[in-house]
Each structure stands twice: as structure tokens, then as C-alpha cells.
Ligand binder design. Structure first.
Ligand code: ADP
Ligand code: ZN
Length: 215
């Protein structure tokens, strides 16, 4: 099964994707993670997109489509989870074409709906384990008192994303409404859209998604 997780920054796409990777052997394709990796390893492309990402704007369709294209070949395991991609109609069309080229189909698009206020709270309270990518939240899922990651055991390796501040979050939200939210109508019209309540607890959202996937 190949699915898209669609939703604004902070909707919980990454958290749900990690769960699907563990439970269904799916492959997570996060363009945000790929771009951050390019940035931290200092590739030419990484240096080029660093400023755009820090401001919270979208990088060009060409770059992200290229990143996805490279990943669609080879072992597909339990299917792909597209996380943070597509973010524009152009990317959505490109994905349809790329999948067709690989003889694959897109099976479902899951919109994670969360209101703006919750997003600001979530994102400004967010930190990530550098060892394994586990996501913590100062209010709802704090870093354990002993400083050890519950998932990988690494100690005190928690980082905050440089674009997780109120200023660039405003830009990211605006980019979502202007450029990405039209995809909701696009996939609805194709009969592929399901919507889950992203405000629920992590386990509740997991159940809703499992329902959509037919478990
Ligand atoms: P978020 O938590 O805001 O959903 P991501 O981790 O998915 O963010 O992406 C971080 C940043 O990387 C975005 O703000 C944007 O600059 C860039 N980016 C990621 N995916 C895409 C994409 N599909 N198209 C354009 N830019 C992207
Ligand atoms: Zn960890």
C-alpha cells in the first residue's frame, strides 16, 4: 500500500509515519528529513535550500521531485508513506506520473486535521532525539527525567529544529494554506481522501489511520 499523509506542520505526520514503519514495514519518504540531511551534510543542494527552509518557505518543486524520484526504485517493502510530499499541485501531478512509471499506484491520502492554535503549541514545544528521530513535546510527552530517549536510550541528544519558531511557523502555515491545502480538494475529487482527527491522542490517531488502511 502506498499512502500520503497530508496536513499542516505539526499535524503529527512524522509521528504516525514512524508507527506505520514499525508496524507495517512501510518505507517513510519525508522530503523534510531528506532536505535536512542534505543541509547537515553540507551538499551543494543542502546549502542552497538552507535559507528557504529557515524562513519556512517551500523549496522548488524540481528539487523535491528529484529527491522523491531517486527513492521510488528498489525495495518497496510494505509500501511507501509520503510525508510532507506532495506539497503543491505540481508535485502531486509529478507523483502520479512517477508512480505510474514504476508500475505503482497510490492507494490512499490521509488528511490529518488539526486547528492552528494547537499547531503553534505543538511546534514551539517540540524536540527530537538526534539518535533515532523520536519526537518529544514539553507538555504532552516530555523528555524523561533521566535524559534518556525512551526509544533508543541515547542520553541528552535532543535537538530543536531551527524552523520551529513562531516567525517561520507563520510562513509555514501560510505556505500550507496557499500551496498545499488545494491538494485536499484534488484528492477528494479523485475519491482518494480520508480525513482523521489529528487532535486526538497519538494512539487514537493510530487507530483512525489503521481503520482507513483496512485493519
Ligand atoms: P513541517 O514540519 O513544517 O511539515 P517538514 O519537515 O516536512 O516540515 O519540512 C521542512 C521544510 O522543508 C519546509 O518548511 C520546506 O521548506 C521544505 N520542504 C519539505 N518538503 C517539501 C516539499 N515537498 N516541497 C517544498 N518544500 C519542502
Ligand atoms: Zn532516540
Amino acid at each position: 500500500m502506498n499512502i500520503i499523509l497530508l496536513g499542516p506542520p505539526g499535524a503529527g505526520k512524522g509521528t504516525q509515519a514512524r508507527h506505520l514503519v514499525e508496524t507495517r514495514n512501510m518505507v517513510q519518504l519525508s522530503t523534510g528529513d531528506m532536505l535536512r540531511e542534505a543541509k547537515s551534510s553540507g551538499t551543494e543542494m543542502g546549502n542552497m535550500v538552507a535559507g528557504v527552509m529557515a524562513r519556512g518557505e517551500l523549496v522548488t518543486d524540481e528539487i523535491v521531485i528529484g529527491l522523491i524520484r531517486e527513492k521510488l526504485t528498489g525495495d518497496t517493502k510494505g509500501g511507501f508513506i509520503f510525508d510532507g510530499f506532495p506539497r503543491t499541485l505540481e508535485q502531486a501531478d509529478a507523483l502520479t506520473r512517477l508512480m505510474a512509471d514504476e508500475g505503482q499506484t497510490l492507494d490512499a491520502v490521509i488528511e490529518m486535521r488539526v486547528d492552528d492554535e494547537a499547531l503553534v503549541d505543538r511546534i514551539t514545544a517540540r524536540s527530537t532525539c538526534a539518535g533515532c528521530g523520536e519526537v518529544y513535546n514539553d507538555n504532552t510527552k516530555p523528555i524523561p527525567a533521566d535524559g534518556k530517549c525512551t526509544s533508543c536510550g541515547k542520553e541528552n541528544e535532543f535537538t530543536r529544529r531551527s524552523d520551529d519558531n513562531e516567525e517561520s511557523l507563520k510562513t509555514r502555515l501560510m505556505a500550507y494554506y496557499k500551496q498545499t491545502s488545494p491538494l485536499i480538494g484534488y484528492y477528494y475529487a479523485k475519491g482518494m481522501l480520508s480525513t482523521v482527527n489529528g487532535l486526538g491522542e497519538i494512539a487514537a490517531v493510530q487507530r483512525e489511520i489503521a481503520n482507513v488502511l483496512g485493519d
